[in-house]
Design a protein around this ligand. Sequence first.
Ligand code: AMP
Length: 300
Amino acid sequence: MELVSAVAEARKHTELARKADKSVGFVPTMGALHEGHLNLIRACKRETWFTTVSLFVNPTQFGPTEDYRSYPSTLEDDLDACSKEKVDLVFAPTAAEMYPDSYGTYVIQERLTERLCGKARPGHFNGVCTVLAKLFNIIRPDIAYFGQKDYQQTVVVRRLVADLNIPVEIRVLPTVREPDGLAISSRNRYLGAPNSQERQAATCLYRALQRAEEMVAQGEMSSAAILHEMTRIISETPRTRLDYAAIVDPDTLEDVEKIRTTAVAALAVHVGPARLIDNTLLNPRPVPAEGPFRKETQPA
Ligand code: AMP
């Protein structure tokens, strides 16, 4: 496994792989690797010939009051994990390498970035788009891997690569969870010990999403009714503060009133010092055919 921190070095290694006719896979991360990341790396290993992982806590996607300075950093463990997974290249640049003093170009995406997390985190997705545009230009991957846990990010990234004609295929893998349903996240460390009040409370996101799935499976189609239940579950959990609960169209992220086709239920909740997000796809029950198409109602 090669470890590089310079853009030119990363480019050299991926170019060599391409020259050897190897497909290049890419898993962008902010480090503090966990099973969610490893699942992406394993998919990348299965589907491409040269697996690149970036470890970079991107300053431009953090707001001024957010946790950029305190974001967990576990470089040694991350390198061990990558080495065990037989990653070919780890790219771990410094902030100065990615954003030198002369830096002046940012990618701004409209509409999708203003919804859901974009409301509470203005500028966040523009930071994500900026760093990904840079990383895609440096690594030039054939396929890049993302997790469904950050659902809005996957929609924003698909828009980014379509709008800027970046020739990369985007793959999205399911959310990896703890046994009690909590979506694994680097920020779960902020919740403290497994038996802490915050860690116990953090399962409320999954419980609310499961309740939403259950209601849809029972035939409920009204987003208002489902959101009422989800909100109730969060508000009854101590040490939590709801940022948003929403049911949205999977492509436009616009609010959906009646769930007639697949929709996404998404949540952001402050639990103690952590802001946690999670989501699930809601698939309505198929509506039986009606009227003249049904045999028994055919005229004699
Ligand atoms: P991060 O390091 O948090 O920026 O995440 C890097 C990538 O890992 C993103 O595509 C995330 O969506 C993905 N990821 C993070 N946590 C999970 C999880 N629990 N399950 C699946 N993917 C995840």
